[in-house]
Design a protein around this ligand. Sequence first.
Ligand code: BES
Ligand code: ZN
Length: 956
Amino acid sequence: MGKGYYISRHLATAAMVLAAIALLTIIALSVVYNREKSKNAAKFTNATTSPVPPTQKTSNEPWDKYRLPDTLSPEYYNVTLWPRLVKNANGMYIFTGISGVMFTCVKKTDLILIHSNKLNLTLFKGHHAKLTGQSGVTAPAIKTTWFQMETQYLVIQLEGKLKPGKSYWLYTEFTGELADDLEGFYRSEYMEDGEKKIIAITQMQATYARKAFPCFDEPGMKAVFHITLIHDLETTALSLTNYFVFVLNERPNLCVTIFGPTKKMSTYLIAFVVSDFKYISAKDKKGVLVRIWARKKAIEDGQGNYALKITQPILEFFEKYYNTSYPLSKSDQIALPDFNSGAMENWGLVAYRETALLYDPQTSANGNKQRVVTVVSHELAHMWFGNLVTLKWWNDLWLNEGFASYVEYLGADYAEPTWDMKDQTILYDLQRAFAVDSLTSSHPLSRKEEEVNTPSEISEMFNTISYSKGAAVLKMLSEFLTEPVFAKGLSNYLKQFAFGSSVYTDLWDHLQKAVDQTPGVKLPYSVHEIMNRWILQMGFPVITIDTRTGNVSQKHFLLEPEAVVDRKSEFNYEWFVPIKWMKKQQVQDQLWLLQKSGTLNLVNKNEWVLANLHVSGYFRVNYDLGNWERLLSQLESGHQVIPVVNRAQILDDAFNLARASIINITLALRTTKYLLHERKYIPWEAALRNLNYFFQLFDRSEVYGAMQAYLKKQVKPLFEYFGNISSNWTAVPSGHTDQFTQIIALSLACSTGVEGCRELTRNWFKKWMQNPHNNVIHPNLRSTVYCNAIAAGGAEEWNFGWQMFQKATVAAEAVKLRSALACTKVPWLLNRYLEYTMNPEKIRKQDATSTIGYIASNIIGQSLAWDFVRANWDYFFKMYGTGSFSFSRLISDITYRFCTPFELSQLKRFQKDNAETGFGSGTRALQQAIEKTTAKIKWLAENKEPVHQWFLSESA
Ligand code: BES
Ligand code: ZN
């Protein structure tokens, strides 16, 4: 008999039964394993044991469609998995599993389609599954089974029909590869105390649960899951719920961990882990157990403490905001050494990259700390929005991710109230979204259900439009409804659809009801009508205010003024625009611009007018020249009068209006003159991004020198200011965002050659090289210092950086070094570094594409990276082509600097040459690259000279 842990006395009988089941399960899985072993080097594709489909396939067969038919509905699953963390006789890591799913027949059918990918299913009397009826119902016999590779189904044809209203049990046994491919059930390796450790972990979103066990793998197909894991005694198994652990006398080296049933939930939110990780824990006010799990050393070093500290206030915030208790009894969060995305909101076991959960006060920067609080807040926001209520299909992903991306700032602000978190949305969402939504290759936020089908199409939904435009328009919505009304509608929506699924219009319905029930909130149109214009047509307007006449008008903003927009819009590229504004330094009543043009009530035409106050709206603003002049002189004479986020937005709008040839580039450049007095982070960051864009355009031309001289002049006071307040760079400014500004000061001062800067960074790095055990460089400044020193140095500096990278035990430190290594100007070092990205022993697979991106942002590295990726295109496509973020990022990174006709022709050639393989989830990124390069070429032809002249005159 086995021995149960975590079990009270009165449950002893249940424990005995479970232990007996556990033993039987082990025996069954051992049989599956031995059968697998007896085969020769098995390949884990669906094809291996698959009989040929009986009929010639035509595209109209249900198994050729990517969406499941509506004939069956899963109720619950029993899944038992046994990952082997040592290689088998064929040199592979595998897992064995048995799984049953109870489903109800909704419509009469003689066909079962269930997702299954890369699993080897055992044959029972020649079929890949067993089917039995429930409650006395006899199941029809199985006629034939096969795998439909393209659509990733196990197809089961029956001799007779399943009966509506009746339930059936479908049973499978299988083996799968525990590959290091970051998808489904996979393995991750890391070194600890000189020893190689292997853990088994999962990533199911969006379509990988089917790679761990056969399942109805669509978000709307919610069910209850009973998960059991078999694993070695020294390891711990974790999943979404609490568990019992059994040690069996019969197999003393093994444990069986049986997890309690989950809530009704989607397959993509399942997770399980087998590792020897350690944890720290706390109970929140309501008794919910909160734990942070990570590598033993990371936990011992206290790297999980910050995440633990902020999880409680964040959960508390969301409970209040959603007006709904946390739906589960525990919240585990785990930091993984290999993880494809930044983090994943598995329901009860949230998974993170190490850099997104761990924070080490000794070596991590405050930016790393901010990353932790925002990612934790984002994922915990999903525990309700996304997990408790789930969008039925991936076409509505924008609402799920856009929502979490908006409210992550609210949760983070609650946990860290002094950090100006809410203001930062304009940098990380609004401006980021504008950059891609001003291209003709953009697309509407909302997609029709039938437009999103294949795994690649689903992956492509995880893009900047879904995340950042989604966040920005939801923020606008919340602001024009007012937050209490928004929150009220939201909480009613969550109540109605809890444990179920919805479509985006369900949320609009509840928000409308909340508006109708709140006296004092008046909208010119319904929530549906207003929001349709923002989500069903792509792009956004530029609002032009003519203060001479009071005329206000809107126009679709396009980066390339003469671009032709192919996509028709039923709303004619007009929006219902809520315009908050101020004049005479006083906030005015909000104006709704409901047509192409309208009127503002202006009395004194000599006062400046500022629109999109606090940047609550998703639009750009342009003014008549007189008002631009008044704003510029206000910036120079007393910039504090203008809200800090508006200062940043004036800069960003002006530069982009100039890039679209709507205003003169010199006007945009003039918005940077007041920076001499600016000390705040958000405007500086906005300026830096726009100037960086200029750097990329001009650092290979004669404009560069004059531009450097001007910027040097502008940043010098900031550099001196921070030198003073930090006692000559030995102390840290007290304000959180001031610490970010300090980094900007240092990095811009060094890159433009402000006296004293390069010496400072070179000396710090030299000191570290002399004494590698004592890094004197402040963590906040490390990225900048490392990059500068490695750029100025040669192989010795590079090799030192590489050694430190390999030794780093804090992931955030490793990232700083990995990105700094890309700063070298030595071509052979860059080429060798590029080669490393194809060797997971050197650069983890999760980090390969971003490393290439870092190299491509280096002026010398750009062309090397471009050649490298093209030369190894097949490899990169195979490895990352269907991935969600990595592939489109790779394409946009390696083409980011493109601005010449030659580069454009190379890009087009590349598109043509690889048309057959295609560009997978990077298809749109490539179109965007072509469009951006075309716009830049044209713009440069007209603007290079005036820019050159302006910099010359201003730097004199
Ligand atoms: N659900 C996503 C993670 C994800 C993305 C899974 C793409 C599969 C494909 C998660 O909620 C998320 O959005 N993570 C972000 C971090 C967040 C703070 C924006 C990420 O991974 O970058
Ligand atoms: Zn998310």
